[in-house]
Ligand binder design. Structure first.
Ligand code: GCB
Length: 598
């Protein structure tokens, strides 16, 4: 049993010795396709900077019964926040708030016998304690990945209420740690659902082409419940495919079957098939695309053919709110901006984005890099830090393993090589490979200046990843524009290489000559020089400028040009294109003409 599970069970047992919470092995796959009561919407909230709520038992949600009753809180009379959504963008008092906030909402439900119920959260940043009808269900740490609690037998027939305490205090041992270059948006940032399932149900499934093989479909279905063994069927009606498999006593059914005539998914042709997974008592449907992603020496191959990744980096932030996206429409808008630059690839930095984003990318024909927040210098020697990084990586892969768009799992960003970090990252690389042998594993590496303008990509982690990716800021943090052309890169790997970041800041609408920092002209010239330099790197598999849109960061304090925003966006914070956007767009159009998407 993994340690997180043990923690959940122990905690639940201590609080309710006679009724331990039953935490799951992993959240139910494809929640949005299940019978569910959506619990998004308005939740009451109370801000609790002094951590009074635990001892005052806010989770009991008591309301004064008469005028003379003494109760020092009242959810019902408190204001509300939209869920999903961060609190920072919904109440001006909370813009910089880091700490505890209590959420509460009522709902009506009539549980049916012979059915099982799960309370599922898409993401809560960072630590959540969840209570149903005054009793604790359990807790979860990690701000970006889903989790759930089984609530069978705990629902009232009729009126119910949930209370969640959410704490986004940054801590040294957390992942991410104390210091990072984005806004620490707190709150219930993902969807909340009450899900109804049969007693034995399809808890998880994976349906993909076998690694590098377009003639084999392979995967796994996992049943959960009192009758976990039995036949399962996977069918793809439009392709005339029907696969039968048998789940053993552990609930797992594995299969590998030949397929013929399947149209492959690609950015040029994002074909998705309706896939039906059936067991004796349960059926679930998904939309899945089929493609392979492999490497041959320095070439990256999609469906066996070379592809150049015309990428861009993106934070999970809608600048027009500004805050975490609150709907699929927000995400579609951001991905649409990337498409308008002729991108076929997006690096979702620096943490898991909302689950629906990869589904939208599947539909729009965008390839994705997904990442866990192992960012800069975290606590490499702490067991709990490693456990948290592993949990987040496992949960992300578990959530998005059926998405054709996702081709790269990134295990971290700019982590400086020292022995304990090398050991830590080797474990993550190994875990990602074990959990998903069909995709590429990468990390955004730091480079090292060997003198004479020679930049070596020589991080030992480069030996353990499948795609060598690196960030470089020559002409912005190092040297000026006129130096960019002098740099040469040494990339001593026979693997695909990718520039995972390069970029310069510009305040939209600020115009000056090309030597004036923060002007659109400086940024434009920086891009022109960078693209010339990058053009000299032979065999590169892609580029990802930093970053598509200006984003909020409390580290960016230049009052004239930044004002709490990282200004390296190709779009401004109001959604306007900067001059450099058009240069990048022209470059990508040329690249597409030279290397059309397979
Ligand atoms: C980086 C980081 C990214 C920062 C960016 C910057 O190297 O990976 O998170 O936001 O530089 O703007 O400095």
């Amino acid at each position: 049993m993994n340690k997180k599970l043990l923690y959940l069970l122990l905690e639940a047992t201590l609080v309710f010795p006679f009724f331990p919470a039953r935490a799951q092995e992993g959240p139910i796959q494809n929640i949005s396709a299940r019978e569910n009561l959506g619990l998004d919407g308005n939740w009451h909230y109370m801000v609790d900077p002094y951590l009074t709520g635990q001892s005052s038992r806010y989770y009991r949600n008591v309301r004064p019964g008469s005028k003379s009753d003494f109760v020092e809180y009242d959810f019902g009379a408190s204001p509300s926040l939209e869920v999903p959504g961060d609190w920072n963008s919904q109440d001006p008092k909370l813009l910089y708030y880091e700490g505890m906030v209590w959420y509460q909402r009522d709902f009506k439900w009539h549980p049916r016998s012979g059915r099982r119920y799960f309370l599922h959260f898409g993401s809560v940043n960072y630590e959540a304690k969840v209570y149903l009808n005054g009793k604790m269900l359990g807790s979860h740490r990690g701000g970006f990945t889903p989790f759930q609690f089984e609530v069978t037998g705990r629902l009232n027939d009729g009126d119910n209420f949930i209370v969640v305490s959410v704490d986004n205090t940054r801590r040294k041992e957390f992942v991410p740690t104390l210091n990072y270059d984005w806004w620490n948006y707190g709150g219930i940032t993902g969807d909340v659902n009450l899900v109804e399932m049969p007693e034995t149900f399809i808890a998880d499934y994976e349906v993909q082409l076998a690694r590098g093989d377009t003639s084999l479909i392979s995967g796994r279905v996992r049943l959960n419940g009192p009758r976990p063994s039995g036949p399962v069927q996977i069918s793809i009606p439009a392709a005339g495919i029907r696969i039968r498999a048998l789940a053993g006593a552990d609930g797992n059914a594995r299969f590998t079957d030949p397929v013929r005539g399947l149209e492959l998914w690609s950015p040029a042709h994002p074909r998705l098939y309706r896939v039906q997974i059936m067991s004796a008592g349960d059926t679930v449907e998904d939309e899945i695309g089929f493609r392979t992603i492999t490497a041959r020496g320095r070439e990256l191959l999609l469906n066996g053919k070379p592809i150049f990744l015309r990428g861009v980096c993106l934070h999970d932030e809608n600048p027009l709110i500004p805050g975490r996206p609150r709907s699929g429409a927000d995400e579609r808008m951001l991905l649409g901006w990337a498409k308008s630059m002729d991108c076929n690839f997006i690096r979702l930095a620096h943490y898991p984005h909302n689950e629906s984003e990869a589904r939208i990318a599947d539909q729009m024909g965008l390839l994705l890099w997904e990442e866990v927040p192992v960012y800069w210098d975290i606590d490499w020697t702490s067991d709990s830090t490693l456990e948290s990084a592993e949990d987040q990586l496992g949960d992300l892969i578990g959530r998005d393993k059926n998405r054709a768009s996702v081709i790269i799992w990134s295990i971290g960003n700019e982590t400086p090589s020292i022995p304990p970090r090398d050991t830590f990252m080797a474990k993550l690389a190994d875990l990602a490979h074990r959990l998903d042998p069909t995709r590429m594993v990468s990390a955004a590496l730091l480079v090292h200046d060997q003198g004479n303008h020679t930049i070596a990509v020589d991080d030992p982690l480069g030996d353990l990843v499948d795609v060598v990716s690196f960030n470089e800021y020559y002409g912005w943090y190092v040297g000026g524009i006129s130096d960019i052309g002098k740099y040469r890169f040494r990339i001593p790997y026979d693997k695909p290489a990718l520039i995972s970041e390069f970029g310069a800041g510009a305040l939209g609408g600020y115009h000056a000559d090309s030597l004036t920092r923060w002007s659109e002209e400086y940024q434009e010239t920086f891009y022109r020089e960078q693209l010339r330099m990058i053009g000299g790197i032979s065999g590169l598999s892609g580029t990802c400028p930093w970053v598509l849109v200006d984003f909020r960061s409390p580290k960016r304090l230049n009052p004239e040009f930044q004002n709490g925003w990282n200004r390296k966006g190709l779009f401004t914070s109001t959604g306007q294109k900067k001059k450099a956007f058009f240069l990048m767009q022209a470059f990508y159009e040329q690249m597409e003409a030279r290397h059309p998407d397979p």
